[in-house]
Design a protein around this ligand. Sequence first.
Ligand code: HEC
Ligand code: HEC
Length: 339
Amino acid sequence: MKYASLISVLALGLAAAPPPAREGGGYNREQAKSEYMRPATVPFPENNKYTRARAELGKTLFFDPRLSATGQISCASCHRPQFAWSDSAPTSVGAPGMPLKRRSPTILNMAWADSLFWDGRAATLEEQALGPIQADVEMNMPLEKAIQLISAIPGYKPLFDRAYPNEPIAGETVGKAIATFERTVVSGIAPFDEWVMGDDSAINESAMRGFDLFNTKALCGKCHSGWNFTDNSFHDLGFDTDDRGRGKLLPQIEAAQFAFKTSTLRNIAQRAPYFHDGSVRSLEEVIVHYDKGPWRNRPSLAEEMRKLDLTPREKRDLVEFMKTLTGADEPISLPVLPN
Ligand code: HEC
Ligand code: HEC
């Protein structure tokens, strides 16, 4: 079963058909815009459907630092609402003195993710949620102890009863509740969306040119495709690193080496620094990386990593475009932690 799901993730991840070529004379702005339409509804799995009680319980757990060994770290310590659900550090510090190797990614729009983590090693949010509670570098709390602790807080009992009647307080229900909350964390309507929906004054001319470049000369749309700006696949962008990313799971697949999951670009202006190692400080510098590297030349290097010869104005246009992807997301109200 593990093997089968790995294969399907692999098939999805690496053999997915590339988006239709939009380079050169065939490019049509209106056609391109139509490929970035927001979906009307949030997908929830059959075995963990949305209810308000589930989302509320999940949110409470997400913000509860009592689930960590020190009593001070919650999921929200690294996935902070005010930094578009990431944090502002290149790599986060979890349990005391234990810096993480990779940057905290945003949890925005996880409902649409095909796999989780920079290397795609978790298949579902339900499964993923139990990882950080137990990881020594993160919350460092054995699952059994975390469950005992939650069970010992009387105020949690009615929350679980309402969310998952007839199911015990256990790893499974904790994972399902957190996953439900995470699926409700969706990036809000951005100026770009208003433009796509027909408001020609929603973004400026520079951003419109940036959008055209994004889908043609700059090649960005080949990987950052669709409304969430990700193909849910993995690519080696040529960073100088010994972290093999997806290659750790698939040592025999050349293209998986040093490959990381394509990030969403939603609310991207709020989430510096960038990339899996947090090594790039600004959107301007991101463009420099794609424009001319330096890239480590190795067999896994994505074919799109080649000199783009962008002019200074084109670079500005691309940055201006990315800034239109930030929604006016409603500020989140913090949950009242039960006693
Ligand atoms: C100490 C910081 C820290 C804490 C605490 C933490 N995370 Fe994370 N989170 C990370 C990092 C770093 C990654 C990326 C790790 C990797 O890809 O190897 C990550 C990845 C994720 C992802 C995958 C995102 C994606 O793009 O695939 C989700 C979902 C997530 N965390 C949810 C949670 C939940 C739920 C909790 C609490 C139970 C939590 N995190 C606690 C740092 C943290
Ligand atoms: C070959 C596929 C590919 C192409 C082409 C591509 N990207 Fe990316 N992009 C990725 C992947 C994969 C990541 C995450 C890589 C990592 O962190 O190591 C990423 C990350 C980013 C990030 C950082 C996101 C974050 O949360 O840290 C930005 C910004 C970005 N890309 C913008 C662009 C722009 C602008 C272009 C075009 C100039 C572009 N990308 C072209 C695949 C691609």
